[in-house]
Design a protein around this ligand. Structure first.
Ligand code: FAD
Ligand code: N01
Length: 541
C-alpha cells in the first residue's frame, strides 16, 4: 500500500470553487492537496467546450472578487464571456497564485472515509494515491456529471457522437454534415445557432421546449469598463447582497436591481408588455426580474410566459414550428431560463428542422441516424446536449462514509439533507461548496462560491484560535434547515417545473427541490447570523 500523505485539507475539484479554496488555504498557511480528474483547472469551463458555450451572468460579475488587483487588471472582452475566455481566466488565476503546484490532475477521488479514531479523512484516488486529511472539502461542482440518456441503440450509432459537456479539445468540424442535436436546454440553445451556420443539415430533437431570452451580447467598450471598474467594490457589494442574485444587468452606476412592478395585478396588458419588452431588448437572465412576483404568482407567470410565446411567434416564420417551440408544460423560470444568441431565428434557416418528440418520439438510435415512430432521420453526427446529474451526482459518485461508516448514499437515499448546504450531520470536518440547500445554481455561482469558501475559512480560523479539532452539524439543525429550504421552495412555483433542480431529469432520482430559493442576500444574512450566534447549529470539539 502506498504511504499516506497528510494534509490539513484535501480539496476535490479544481473549478472556481476548488481554486479559491486552495488559494485561501495557502493564505492561512494550511497544507492542501487538490485532486482534479481533468488535466487542467477550470471545471465547467474546462469540460463544456461545445460551440457557442458562454456565460449567462455578465463577465464583469462572473469573476472572482477576492483580489481587487485581479479584477482591475483582467480584461473581459464581451458582455457575456465565451468558454475559451473564461477558461483562460481560470488558467491565469492558477498561474498568478501558483495554484497548480498543489493540484494533482488526471486524478479522480474514488473514496473518502472518515476515521473516527484519528479524526481524519482517508482519501483514495483512482491512481492509487492515498492521503489523510483533517478537513475534506468537496468542490466537485453542481453540474459536473453528464447525463447520458438511456436511448435504445445509442451505442450502435456509426457516425460521430458527442456529449456537449465532454466536448473534444481539438474541436469538431460540422461543414456539410447532417447533424442531429438531442436536447433543448441551455447547452443546446447555445450550440444550435452556431452548429447551424456550417452544418449541411441540422435536426433538433426537442422533447420539452424551453423558455429562452436574448442575451443581447456585445463587445465591451473600454471607456464603459473603466468607468464601471472605478466602482467595482460597490458593484460587488450589490452582487453579494442583491435581489438579482449577482447575475448582472450591469450599469456604470452601482445600484440594486429593482423590479419595475411588484405584481402584475392591476397592470394593463400594454403596461405589462412594456416592462418585459424593455427587458427583452436589454437582454439577459434578469428578464424575469421585471415583475417581482413572477415566480410566485401564477397569473404574473402566465402573462410573462405569454409575452415570450408572442415573441417566438413573431420571430419564427413557420407557424407549426413556432407553436412547437412555445413551452407549455412548466411555468416560466421554474426550469433555468435560457439565454441565447439567435436561437429562435435559427429555425428560419432552410437547413434547420425541428422534430417535436412529444408528437413523434424517438424509437431508437440506429447505425445511420435516429428512428422516430414516424420516419428515420439520416445523420452523420449526433450531439447529446442532455444535461447533468445535478447537485448530488458528483458527491454520490464518490464512496463517502462518515461517522460509524455511514454512507452518504444511504443518508441521501430520499434526497439530499444538509445544514446550509455546507455540512451534513454525521460527516464531521467535511464541507460542500455550493451544496444542495444553498442558493448555488439559482445564483451567480461565483458569488456563492466565494461566500461558501469564506464561511469555511472563518470556521477553520475559529477552530485554529480555539484549539478545536472537529466540527459537525447537529441533526436537529440539519432537519430544521431542510424544512426551511422546502418551505421556501413550496412558496414559489419552482416545484412545478419538473426540472433538474428537482432531480426530475434522472430516472429514479428522489424528487427534492435542491437549491435554496430565497436569494443570495437572504442566505448570506442567515449565515452571518449563524456565525454571530456562535455558529448556531454547528458542534465543535
Ligand atoms: P465545477 O466547475 O463543476 O468544477 C468541479 C470540478 O470537480 C470539475 O473539474 C470536476 O472534474 C471535478 N471533480 C468532480 N468530481 C471529482 C472527483 N471525484 N475527483 C476529482 N475531481 C472531481 N453558473 C453561473 O453562475 N453563470 C453561468 O453563466 C453559468 N454557465 C454555465 C454553463 C455551463 C455549460 C454549465 C455546465 C454550468 C454553468 N454554470 C454557470 C454553473 C457552473 O458550473 C458554475 O458557475 C461554476 O463554474 C462551478 O464551479 P465549481 O468549481 O463549483 O464546479
Ligand atoms: O441540460 P438541461 P443543459 N430524449 O438538463 C433533453 C447550466 N448551463 O446542459 O426537458 C430527448 O437543461 C431534455 O429534455 P426534457 C444551466 O444551469 C448554463 O442544457 O427532459 N431529450 C432537455 O431538453 C442549465 O440549466 C448555460 O424533456 C432528452 C435537455 O436534454 C444546466 O447547465 C449553458 C433526453 C437537457 O437540458 C443544464 O443545461 C449551458 C432524451 N432521452 C448550461 N434526455 C448558460 O448559458 C434529456 N433530454 C449559462
Amino acid at each position: 500500500m502506498a504511504e499516506r500523505q497528510q494534509f490539513d485539507l484535501v480539496i476535490v475539484g479544481a473549478g472556481f470553487a476548488g481554486m479559491y479554496m486552495l488559494y485561501k488555504a495557502r493564505e492561512m498557511g494550511l497544507t492542501a492537496r487538490v485532486y482534479e480528474q481533468g488535466d487542467d483547472v477550470g471545471g465547467t469551463w474546462y469540460w463544456n467546450r461545445y460551440p457557442g458555450a458562454r456565460c449567462d451572468a455578465e463577465s464583469l460579475a462572473y469573476s472572482y472578487s477576492f483580489d481587487p488587483e485581479l479584477e482591475q487588471t483582467w480584461e473581459w472582452t464581451e458582455r457575456y464571456a465565451t468558454q475559451p475566455e473564461i477558461l483562460t481566466y481560470a488558467q491565469h488565476v492558477a498561474d498568478r497564485y501558483d495554484l497548480r503546484t498543489y493540484i494533482h490532475f488526471n486524478t479522480r477521488v474514488a473514496s473518502a472515509h472518515y476515521n473516527e479514531a484519528v479524526n481524519r479523512w482517508q482519501v483514495t484516488t483512482d491512481t492509487g494515491e492515498e492521503s489523510l486529511a483533517h478537513f475534506l472539502i468537496m468542490a466537485t461542482g453542481c453540474l459536473s456529471v453528464p447525463m447520458v440518456p438511456d436511448i435504445d441503440g445509442l451505442d450502435s450509432f456509426e457516425g460521430e457522437r458527442y456529449q456537449a459537456s465532454m466536448w473534444p479539445h481539438e474541436g469538431v468540424e460540422f461543414s456539410g454534415k447532417r447533424v442531429g442535436v438531442i436536447g433543448t436546454g441551455s447547452s443546446a440553445i447555445q450550440a444550435i445557432p452556431v452548429i447551424a451556420e456550417t452544418a449541411g443539415d441540422l435536426t433538433v430533437f426537442q422533447r420539452t421546449p424551453n423558455f429562452s431570452v436574448p442575451a443581447a451580447n456585445a463587445s465591451l467598450d473600454d471607456e464603459w469598463v473603466d468607468a464601471f471598474k472605478k466602482n467595482y467594490r460597490e458593484h460587488r457589494r450589490y452582487h453579494k447582497l442583491g435581489l438579482s442574485s449577482g447575475f448582472g444587468d450591469l450599469e456604470i452606476e452601482p445600484r440594486e436591481r429593482t423590479p419595475d412592478a411588484e405584481t402584475s395585478d392591476g397592470l394593463t396588458d400594454e403596461a405589462f408588455d412594456a416592462i418585459f419588452e424593455k427587458r427583452w431588448q436589454r437582454g439577459g437572465a434578469f428578464f424575469l426580474g421585471g415583475v417581482a412576483d413572477t415566480l410566485i404568482n401564477e397569473t404574473t407567470n402566465r402573462r410573462a410566459a405569454g409575452f415570450v410565446h408572442k415573441k417566438i411567434h413573431e420571430i419564427v416564420k413557420d407557424e407549426a414550428t413556432a407553436a412547437a417551440l412555445c413551452p407549455d408544460s412548466h411555468p416560466i423560470g421554474t426550469k433555468r431560463i435560457c439565454v441565447d444568441t439567435d436561437y429562435y431565428t435559427t429555425f428560419n434557416r432552410n437547413n434547420v428542422h425541428l422534430v417535436n418528440l412529444r408528437e413523434n418520439p424517438i424509437q431508437r438510435v440506429t447505425p445511420t441516424g435516429v428512428q422516430l415512430v414516424d420516419g428515420h432521420v439520416d445523420l452523420d453526427m449526433l450531439v447529446l446536449a442532455t444535461g447533468f446529474d445535478a447537485m448530488t451526482g458528483a458527491l454520490l459518485a464518490i464512496d463517502i462514509r462518515g461517522s460509524n461508516g455511514q454512507a452518504l448514499a444511504d443518508k441521501w437515499a430520499e434526497g439530499p439533507r444538509t445544514y446550509l448546504g455546507l455540512m451534513m450531520a454525521g460527516f464531521p470536518n467535511m464541507f460542500a461548496i455550493t451544496g444542495p440547500g444553498s442558493p448555488s445554481v439559482l445564483s451567480n455561482m461565483m458569488v456563492s462560491i466565494e461566500q461558501h469558501v469564506d464561511f469555511i475559512v472563518d470556521t477553520l480560523s475559529r477552530m485554529q484560535a480555539k484549539g478545536e479539532a472537529r466540527v459537525e452539524t447537529s441533526l436537529q439543525a440539519e432537519d430544521g434547515w431542510v424544512d426551511h429550504v422546502n418551505e421556501v421552495a413550496n412558496a414559489t412555483l419552482f416545484p412545478e417545473g419538473g426540472s433538474w433542480y428537482l432531480g426530475a431529469n434522472i430516472p429514479g432520482k428522489p424528487r427534492v427541490f435542491m437549491p435554496y430559493a430565497a436569494g443570495v442576500g437572504a442566505y448570506r444574512e442567515v449565515c452571518e447570523d449563524v456565525v454571530a450566534n456562535d455558529w448556531r447549529g454547528f458542534v465543535f470539539s
